[in-house]
Design a protein around this ligand. Structure first.
Ligand code: SF4
Length: 349
């Protein structure tokens, strides 16, 4: 199945970002090459939250960093369209001058609010930095924009004179969000944006992100390992395993009726809030393979409870099932897998 066909099967026509065949390889010296992101394609609609999930080492964070050019991709493209009908530009192929112009529209919120803010800069300068970097701006306008976004994310104007070390984790993440929003981006890549925070602060930040999305029509590429948050925030979800996307689906479909055995494993580990309810955890076979020596055929085959001989020799393409789901599994049409039963999780179906 071609990348275009996958995109057609999984996204509305008005895409703000279309990632096509993205590859990121790293040299591992004598051990060979790590293919951290392997031919990944998807699109994100305007105002949509598209999440990417997977264990540590799945390539999801590398994917996010490659899209915003925090690192350079080995191959592939990330087509950005500012508004419906406008020309698409490949963000990954832009030269320095054009990159400076377009970068303000694709921003990133980082995982760790403790290390992602420069301790030598005031909060004002941290938030103002992307605006200054994206072109000339009058001092008065700069001040007005920084104050306005700081206030919107719940920071006090007096906070702008202070340094990051004097803030809690939740406040620091608000500073990171203000910095990402100050240029009024259309796409934000949020890489584990709340995972370093306490649960109560997580909820506040998630609600803030959702409110800002409603107000401004921002599209989020939300990279996370916490599936409870992903279910709450996402419109669609892609599951990655060892660099490849193995399933893409609407959030409800993915959580209630997963079609890839790896998705089933991930869902089985989501905690059940009701202490009397029981969900059997599915433990994958064997160990996680080395990224420098990925198994042939289906990468998940040594750990999969449903593997057949074909799985060990032939790579399953990401393809449409008979009922319109997008899955990379030879047995997707025949397996009945277990999702999250909302009666068990204490929520209504
Ligand atoms: Fe399991 Fe085979 Fe499907 Fe891979 S292709 S997930 S090994 S059943």
């Amino acid at each position: 199945m071609s990348a275009d066909a996958i995109a057609e099967a999984t996204i509305a026509a008005d895409a703000v970002l279309r990632v096509d065949g993205l590859v990121k390889e790293f040299s591992a010296g004598a051990s060979g090459t790590v293919v951290a992101v392997d031919d990944v394609s998807f699109t994100i609609g305007r105002g949509e939250t598209f999440s990417v999930v997977g264990e540590s080492g799945s390539g999801k964070s590398t994917l996010g960093r490659a899209i915003v050019r925090g690192i350079e991709a080995t191959a592939g493209s990330a087509w950005y369209r500012a508004e419906e009908g406008a020309e698409e530009v490949d963000f990954l192929a832009l030269g320095r001058r054009d990159l400076k112009r377009v970068r303000r529209e694709l921003q990133m919120i980082f995982q760790d609010p403790f290390s992602s803010l420069d301790p030598r800069m005031t909060v004002f300068d941290i938030v103002a930095e992307p605006l200054r970097a994206s072109g000339r701006i009058a001092t008065r306008d700069l001040r007005r924009r920084v104050r306005s976004i700081a206030e919107r994310v719940g920071l006090d104007p007096s906070h702008l004179r202070r340094y990051p070390h004097s803030f809690s984790g939740g406040q620091r993440q608000r500073i990171g969000i203000a910095r990402a929003l100050v240029t009024e981006p259309r796409v934000i890549v949020a890489d584990e944006a709340v995972s370093a925070l306490d649960v109560s602060i997580q909820a506040q930040i998630i609600n803030l992100l959702k409110d800002l999305q409603d107000e401004r029509g921002i599209a989020y590429l939300f990279i996370a390992h916490d599936l409870s948050i992903v279910e709450h925030i996402s419109d669609r979800v892609a599951v990655m395993y060892l660099g490849r996307v193995v399933e893409v689906a609407d959030t409800d479909d993915l959580f209630s009726r997963p079609r890839h055995p790896y998705t089933e494993v991930l869902l089985s580990s989501v905690p059940v809030p009701d202490p009397d309810a029981k969900r059997e955890r599915i433990i994958p076979l064997g160990e996680v393979p080395s990224p420098t020596d990925r198994p042939s055929g289906c990468h998940f085959s040594p750990r999969c409870h449903y593997a057949t001989e074909l799985c060990r020799t032939e790579r399953p393409p990401l393809a449409e099932t008979r009922d319109g789901r997008v899955v990379a599994c030879h047995r997707a049409d025949e397996l009945t897998l277990r999702g999250i039963d909302h009666d068990l999780s204490g929520e209504t179906a």
